[in-house]
Unconditional design. Structure first.
Length: 307
C-alpha cells in the first residue's frame, strides 16, 4: 500500500494567506495542516508517500517534509499545474503507484477519533481481500455541500453524487479514499464535469458499476474538521488545542506517530530534536522519549497517544 496526499488548489477562500503558501502549509493550532494527513498514513505504517502540490509551493513543501527519512518513510513530490479535480490527482500519481493499491488523502482534511484508525485498517483489509475501493461516510447537516453517498437497503453503495441539489441521504463522502491498483486507469477515463473538474465521483461510479465500491460509516465519536475558511481553521485549531491541553498529548504529531509505530528509533528521534530550537514542541518530543524509556511498550500503539 502506498499513500498519496493531494495538496494543490488555490485556496481562494483563505485569501490573502494563500498568496504566500498553499493552505496545506498553513498552521492549524501547533503544526502545519499537512502534518495531519501525513500522520494518518504513518499510523497505517504506509512508508511510500507522494505529495501533489502547486508548482509555486513545491520548494516550501520539500523544505518542510524533506525526504521522509526522519519519519522512517520515503517521500516523493510532483506538481499539479492547475487544480483540475481530485481524479486528476489520481491520474497524475500513476507512475508513482505503479499498480500498487493506495490510500489517497486530501491534504486539508483533519479527522479525529478512535474510529478512524480502526476504519482505515478495515479499508486496507477490504482492498486485500476483495480488491474493492473503499470510501468513508460521515453524517452531516448540510449534505448539499458535499459528495453524497446513497445506500441500498443491504448497505451497498448505489451512487455518490457531487453536491446534489436534492440529497438522497445525509452521508457525505470525506477526503479519505482507498483504491486498488487499477485506479489510475479509471481516473484517466474521467471527463470534465459541468464545473470543469475531473470529479472523484466519476471514479466511484466506475467501481459501483463493477460492484467494487464499499463504504465505511464513521460514528458519532469521530470529528471531521473543515479547514476551508479562516473561521474554520480557527475553530479546528481551538478544538485540537482543547484536546491537547486537557490530555497533555499532541494530536497527530508525525514524529511521535513514527516513533511509537516503530518506524524510527529513540536515537533517530533525538537526532531530529537536536535541530529543533528551544520550544514546547521540542520539549514534548523529549518527554515522550523519556516516557518510552521508563515504560517501554514495544509494538503497542496507544490510541490516546496518537489521536
Amino acid at each position: 500500500m502506498k499513500g498519496v496526499v493531494l495538496s494543490g488548489g488555490k485556496g481562494t477562500r483563505l485569501y490573502p494567506s494563500t498568496l504566500v503558501a498553499c493552505k496545506q502549509l498553513l498552521p492549524v493550532f501547533d503544526k502545519p495542516m499537512i502534518h495531519y494527513p501525513l500522520s494518518l498514513l504513518l499510523l497505517q505504517r504506509i512508508r511510500e508517500i507522494l505529495f501533489i502540490t502547486n508548482p509555486e509551493d513545491l520548494g516550501a513543501m520539500k523544505r518542510l517534509l524533506g525526504t521522509g527519512e526522519q519519519f522512517g518513510a520515503k517521500f516523493s513530490y510532483i506538481t499539479q499545474s492547475e487544480p483540475r479535480g481530485i481524479a486528476d490527482g489520481l491520474a497524475l500519481a500513476e507512475e508513482f503507484l505503479a499498480g500498487s493499491p493506495v490510500c489517497f488523502l486530501l491534504g486539508d482534511n483533519i479527522l479525529f477519533g478512535q474510529d478512524v484508525r480502526h476504519a482505515m485498517s478495515e479499508a486496507g483489509k477490504i482492498i486485500r481481500t476483495e480488491n474493492s475501493a473503499v470510501i468513508f461516510g460521515y453524517r452531516v447537516s448540510d449534505p448539499q455541500n458535499f459528495g453524497v453517498i446513497t445506500f441500498g437497503s443491504d448497505g451497498s453503495v448505489i451512487e455518490v453524487v457531487e453536491k446534489p441539489a436534492a440529497p438522497k441521504s445525509t452521508w457525505a463522502s470525506i477526503g479519505v479514499y482507498f483504491f486498488p491498483g487499477d485506479v489510475a486507469g479509471y481516473a484517466k477515463k474521467v471527463v470534465p464535469s459541468k464545473r470543469n473538474e475531473l470529479e472523484i465521483t466519476e471514479v466511484h461510479r466506475q467501481y459501483i458499476e463493477e460492484n467494487r465500491l464499499r463504504a465505511i460509516k464513521l460514528g458519532r465519536g469521530t470529528a471531521w474538521l473543515d479547514t476551508g475558511t479562516p473561521e474554520a481553521i480557527m475553530e479546528a485549531g481551538n478544538f485540537l488545542h482543547a484536546i491537547e491541553k486537557r490530555q497533555g498529548l499532541k494530536v497527530y504529531c508525525p514524529e511521535e506517530v513514527a516513533f511509537r509505530s516503530g518506524l524510527i528509533s529513540s536515537e533517530e528521534l533525538l537526532r531530529q530534536i537536536e535541530d529543533i530550537s528551544s520550544s514546547s514542541y521540542r520539549g514534548y518530543l523529549l518527554r515522550i522519549i523519556d516516557e518510552e524509556r521508563a515504560e517501554p511498550r514495544s509494538g503497542h500503539l496507544a490510541g490516546a497517544n496518537l489521536f
